[in-house]
Ligand binder design. Structure first.
Ligand SMILES: Nc1ncnc2c1ncn2[C@@H]1O[C@H](COP(=O)(O)OP(=O)(O)OP(=O)(O)O)[C@@H](O)[C@H]1O
Ligand SMILES: [Mg+2]
Length: 399
């Protein structure tokens, strides 16, 4: 006979908390006594409705659930628990009077972790409870650790984003110098030539010379437009965008901002590009950012060097271990990096440059970008002789 009197939950504050749901208290009285003796906190409910009230109040670590409860049976109660976001994780063990395999299968399908058949063998019940409670605890701890890890990862990603922004800001100085030099040169050339044509007035205008000047204007403005268009592309704020890219072309683009500066400083650029270089899947903007950083570093390392040179090379790797990689290398004959500093250069904020001349973010951000392409970044340097940076990118970098 159903017992209505004790529908309100009863608890004793001991150890783990177990909710027992059964409509006939008499059937489970002995079980409750044994569990309490074993040190468990027990609450019980005699209906589905009471079970939900009790779960809200006591947040049990495990639920023992009878199948045959009138109105809302154990299966329905189980289904509702499992469809609730906050309650779905609580392990449910069904109590059943018979060994009906159909019912057992249905219970497992609904998400139960175990079955206990009546009459209860208390040693066995205790052993099962301990196993599932221990498992539940480990699972909960794993979930907490997972959440902590996810939070830490989100924080790191955020910091990295901020670093990239800072590096972009730091790069603005570099960019501004580049733009000034690159635009100034054709502008001066156009100005000098047009001034000469205009000087003698309309009467003195020689059609052939005027035509040559117009050609100079056309060439000069083409170059300026090229630089401006390129800057527009580069400055575009974009999410990571992986597409098939040709590394030779990206390196050529990264050189646009340095042409005049290198010329002014007598820095010679030599190229050894593999003309059959396969495309890789990559983010062209970010890869260009890497190459601009490398060129900017090489430029700084070459200040004070009389015959400065930068050798740019691309090749599809031949060695077995790197068969499906392409290799890009930047070699300068600048001041080099002392061995004691080699393992620090990729660290954020490591710089040997004067305050205001370098943030120390160039290489760390570049390293991050290459890692995003599943690639490798290697440095080889000899103090006083020069430095080579090698980048390896897998052909299937975007997969
Ligand atoms: N080609 C190179 N030759 C010699 N030293 C280099 C070269 N490239 C990098 N380094 C060393 O590595 C350090 C870190 O480089 P990184 O690009 O990260 O920062 P930075 O150039 O100092 O500053 P930023 O790039 O933010 O303007 C440099 O300060 C320099 O000491
Ligand atoms: Mg740098």
């Amino acid at each position: 006979m159903p017992s209505n009197d004790n529908s309100e939950s009863h608890t004793m504050k001991l150890g783990k908390h177990i909710l027992v749901v059964d409509d006939v208290i008499k059937n489970i009285k002995l079980l409750i006594v044994h569990l309490r003796e074993a040190g468990y906190e027990i609450s019980f409910a005699n209906s589905g409705k009471q079970a939900f009230i009790s779960v809200d109040r006591h947040q049990p670590d495990l639920i023992l659930l009878d199948i045959n409860i009138p109105e809302m049976d154990g299966f329905e109660i189980c289904r509702r628990f499992k469809s609730s976001k906050t309650l779905a994780n609580i392990p449910i063990i069904f109590l059943t009077a018979d060994g009906d395999t159909g019912k057992i299968e249905k219970g497992f399908e609904l998400g139960a972790v175990d079955f206990i058949t009546k009459p209860f063998r208390f040693k066995e019940v205790k052993a099962r409870l301990e196993t599932h409670l221990a498992f539940y605890e480990v699972k909960q701890q794993l979930e907490i650790r997972n959440e902590e890890l996810q939070n830490a990862y989100d924080k790191l990603s955020n910091t990295q984003l901020q670093l990239v922004q800072t590096a972009k800001l730091a790069g603005i100085g570099e960019l501004a110098t580049g733009i000034t030099h690159e635009l100034n040169q054709p502008l001066m050339y156009i100005r000098a030539n047009t001034q000469m044509e205009v000087k003698d007035g309309l009467e003195g205008l020689d059609p052939e010379s005027a035509f040559n000047t117009l050609k100079i204007v056309e060439e000069g403005t083409d170059r300026m437009m090229n630089i401006i268009n390129h800057l527009k592309d580069f400055a575009r704020i974009s999410d990571i965008c992986f597409l098939p890219v040709n590394m030779n072309e990206i390196i050529e683009k990264s050189l646009i901002l340095f042409r005049e500066q290198f010329k002014n400083r007598n820095i010679q650029i030599t190229k050894e590009f593999d003309q059959n270089l396969p495309e890789v899947v990559g983010d062209a903007n970010r890869l260009e950012q890497v190459f601009i950083n490398l060129l900017s570093n090489a430029k700084d390392a070459l200040s004070g060097v009389k015959k400065g040179s930068i050798h740019l090379k691309t090749i599809q790797c031949k060695e077995k271990s790197k068969e499906n990689f392409i290799e890009v290398s930047f070699t300068d004959n600048g001041l080099g990096i002392p061995e004691s500093k080699l393992d620090k250069i990729f660290e954020p904020f490591f710089t040997t440059k004067d305050v205001g001349r370098g943030t120390g973010l160039g290489l760390s951000v570049s390293h991050g970008i290459i890692k995003d392409h599943n690639g490798d970044f290697v440095v080889d340097s000899q103090e006083g002789k020069g430095t080579t940076f090698k980048i390896f990118i897998p052909l299937d970098s975007g997969e």
